[in-house]
Design a protein around this ligand. Structure first.
Ligand SMILES: Cc1cc2nc3c(=O)[nH]c(=O)nc-3n(C[C@H](O)[C@H](O)[C@H](O)COP(=O)(O)O)c2cc1C
Length: 183
């Protein structure tokens, strides 16, 4: 599968089968995450793979009761080490850890799609609760969570998928122009 096919196939999956992920499949997904670029190649992150049912249930509570999270066999928790991240990127960005983990998650999610698995970025969570559940120290930042598993299909609404702005609405040529984009 080409990369664009995997990009088009990926969607937020909010229903999962109770089906184990084979080790070689999980290894491929983690390899994609491992190879993600980070600022100055500092790799200031760790991924916690949560499989314990009780802890997954607690993560649901810490994530505004988004119950589909615990249906997946694995919940991946993306953690960053702000002190180890690139500190002086410049522009409007100061430290790199949020961007670094976001790219790692994107790699992971696209490889998961390639393997026929689903993911869903969970940004609505209470960081202090997640840290308490998983013993994450105070100097570590939780950037995001995602369930990882085989889609049940029940949440998929055809037609809703991939509604995005047209290229003409998001791309400007040469210089910024107000109202330059056409629908
Ligand atoms: C930073 C971020 C946070 C998100 N948080 C949640 C969330 O807490 N719960 C959820 O169901 N989806 C969440 N999403 C998924 C988006 O709603 C979804 O990616 C978007 O609607 C586009 O749909 P698609 O992923 O199916 O293409 C989040 C996505 C991003 C990028």
């Amino acid at each position: 599968m080409g990369i664009l096919k995997a990009i088009k196939k990926r969607r937020s999956v909010r229903g999962y089968l109770d089906k184990t992920i084979p080790k070689q499949v999980l290894d491929c997904i983690l390899e994609a995450a491992r190879l993600a670029p980070t600022a100055a190649n500092k790799q200031p992150f760790k991924l916690i793979l949560v499989t314990d049912k009780q802890n997954k249930a607690k993560l649901v509570e810490a994530s505004r009761k988004q119950t589909f999270i615990e249906e997946a066999p694995i919940v991946v928790v993306g953690c960053a080490f702000p002190e180890e991240s690139y500190q002086t990127i410049g522009g409007t960005i100061h430290t790199s850890e949020e961007i670094d983990v976001s790219i790692v998650f994107d790699h992971l999610m696209l490889q998961a799609a390639e393997e026929g698995l689903g993911t869903c970025w969970i940004g609505a969570f209470d960081e202090s609760k997640v840290k308490e559940i998983l013993n994450i120290p105070s100097n570590v930042k939780v950037i995001g969570l995602t369930p990882l598993g085989y889609p049940s299909g029940k949440e998929f609404k055809p037609g809703k998928h991939m509604q995005r702005k047209a290229v003409s609405e998001i791309v400007l040529y040469e210089k910024y122009k107000e109202n330059a984009c056409q629908k």
